[in-house]
Design a binder for this molecule. Structure first.
Ligand SMILES: [Zn+2]
Length: 566
């Protein structure tokens, strides 16, 4: 007798092999058998020829805070995700002490555009250390499986306080950080999450702490991984951290390094392929360096008061109240300096003067401008786009909502990046940037857009990229595949309908804060460890997820497995 039997499915094994029409049986959370006439089960689901595939493994999320109040990790499971990796970019919330909690939340609120009120009201601080944090999540229950990086910025904050954002660590401070990281690895961290990205500023415009780490600090963390013989480093990088340095870290610990984010920059089309090539060359030399690539265009809504795309362009104001901002935007000296800088592509910047890709989405006083681009309005008015942009905002008392189509817009170039299997399909940032966008459904977009509409990937290949490819690089054991003995993390979908809806705004966060969410038409069921977490319409509120603590000590294959797909 099985616990669950899914009949008449087209089963994708997640390894890239052709789909097989079969039944799949689950016992004790794992795939027990795949075939015909398997016998009876407590619960039977008729798949009616729909596709049954491994659940999506989302290796770039920021659910660290949300999981303390929302065990479902909404909306990811409703978008096909059965395992989330948290602690990315070094923005976790453990370790923490009562004295550093608010600093962590303020930085998180700023850098990942989350509501500080929601975080303060929502985070349930039943932990200090990293091990206690994992134990708390386990006790509280999780819908999807959860693996967590130990967060570099949290380590710096807990050891150095505010100085963590101001300077390099002393030898003594570094030793204390390394000891905490060593404990976290022993408790089941998947590695170290970090950021050296110039855009990552915390509360008050100060850099996030990990940006102040010098190269020796990174080498020392890699040394801890070498001692454990497990784990990896995820780093979100701007221009400071190149692939050569990640390769050096990989050589120290013989563990994988993950470079984020790999995105196509409209003004620097050679940048992303160059990074991907450098990673492939590193792998050719035996160093496991991979990137995370996005399969979606990156659109961002913003106002002049909270203009994430602009904040790294000097002299854009990063602090001060609304009055200060308005006076700055009206000042001809500011405008002249900003015009000089905005068109000169630089560093980790995400906006470089592509005004034809910035639209007015909502203007309280000039609705006739909505859906039009700044470049188009500037041409019509015979003015500089910077003046037009700022004047529109000032006329609306800074309430205009602009939408920037920032990155990853050119599907020819993005398709080339995605076709390189050393670039992991990822970068949802799920759980973060909640007011700006919702890319948590990247896998549904990949299946709808890149497989069905563009025909750029076959279904088995696409599923493999979303599941076993990432599981194997991350050392996540027995997941990302539907083979006998693997955990029964599964999604059931109609390949003719699968896709992603437009975002809608809901107010379900603590303290009444709002966020954008999407849904996945064509996704009819999601199971974690053999138990339903989403039935195609709603969450079941079950918490069958596991807090993952044991990861493979085997280094991932270095040549990515194109040959593995039949
Ligand atoms: Zn991130």
């Amino acid at each position: 007798m099985f616990d669950l039997l899914i009949k008449n499915a087209r089963v994708a094994d997640g390894l890239g092999n052709p789909l097989v029409t079969a039944d799949l049986a689950v016992r004790d959370g794992r795939v027990a058998a795949i075939g015909r006439d398997l016998g009876r089960a407590s619960e039977t689901v008729n798949a009616d020829g729909r596709v049954l595939a491994p659940g999506v493994i989302d290796v770039h999320t920021h659910y660290d805070a949300q999981l303390t109040w929302d065990s479902t990790a909404s909306p990811s499971p409703a978008l096909g995700v059965t395992t989330v990796v948290i602690g990315n970019c070094g923005f976790g919330i453990a370790p923490a002490t009562p004295a550093t909690r608010d600093t962590l939340l303020k930085n998180l609120a700023e850098v990942e555009a989350m509501s500080l009120d929601a975080l303060r009201a929502g985070v349930d601080w039943q932990f200090d250390g990293f091990a206690e944090y994992l134990a708390f999540l386990e006790r509280r229950g999780v819908g999807p499986n959860v693996a967590s990086f130990c967060s570099h910025s949290a380590l710096r904050t807990v050891v150095m306080g505010d100085a963590g954002s101001e300077r390099a660590a002393t030898a003594d401070e570094l030793q204390r950080m390394l000891a905490l990281f060593d404990q976290a690895m022993a408790a089941g961290a998947i590695g170290l999450g970090s950021s050296t990205f110039e855009n990552h500023n915390g509360s008050g415009g100060i850099p996030v702490p990990s940006r102040l780490a010098d190269d020796d600090e990174f080498r020392a963390f890699a040394g801890v991984l070498a001692k454990h013989g497990r784990g990896m480093i995820q780093a979100t990088c701007g221009d400071r951290t190149g692939i050569a340095f990640l390769e050096e870290l990989a050589a120290i610990c013989e563990r994988p390094m993950i470079y984020c984010p790999l995105l196509d920059y409209p003004t620097r089309p050679e940048r992303a392929p160059g990074i991907a090539r450098a990673c492939a060359e590193a792998r050719g030399r035996g160093r496991a360096v991979y990137t995370q690539a996005s399969c979606q265009p990156l659109n961002m809504d913003f106002t002049l008061l909270n203009a994430y795309p602009m904040i790294t362009i000097e002299p854009w104001p990063t602090r001060g109240d609304k009055g200060h901002h308005a006076r700055t935007f009206a000042d001809p000296t500011f405008r002249a300096a900003f015009k000089d800088n905005v068109g000169a592509p630089k560093g980790g910047r995400i906006f470089n003067g592509t005004w034809h890709l910035v639209e007015v989405s909502l203007s309280p006083t000039q609705p006739e401008l909505e859906t039009r681009s700044i470049a188009e309005i500037a041409r019509e008015r015979g003015q500089d786009p910077v003046d037009v942009f700022l004047d529109i905002g000032l006329a609306d008392d800074l309430a205009t909502i602009f939408t920037a189509k920032l990155l990853n817009v050119d599907e020819t170039r993005v398709g080339q990046l995605l076709a390189d299997d050393g670039n992991l399909v990822s970068l949802s940032d799920a759980g973060a940037h909640l007011t700006l966008f919702c890319d948590a459904g990247y896998a549904m977009y990949f299946l709808g857009r890149w497989v069905r509409q563009l025909g750029r990937f076959t279904l088995p290949h696409a599923i493999r990229k979303l599941t076993s490819d990432v599981a194997d690089v991350y050392g996540i054991l027995d997941r990302g595949r539907l083979t006998p003995g693997a955990w029964a993390d599964m999604i059931l979908f109609d390949p003719e309908r699968i896709g992603i809806s437009k975002p809608r705004r809901i107010a379900d966060l603590p303290a009444g804060a709002t966020r954008l969410v999407r849904s996945a038409p064509g996704l009819d069921g999601v199971w974690v460890n053999g138990r339903s977490v989403f039935d195609g319409a709603d969450y079941t509120r079950e918490t069958p997820g596991q807090v993952l603590r044991a990861f493979s000590a085997t280094a991932p294959r270095l040549a990515m497995p194109t040959a593995r797909a039949a």
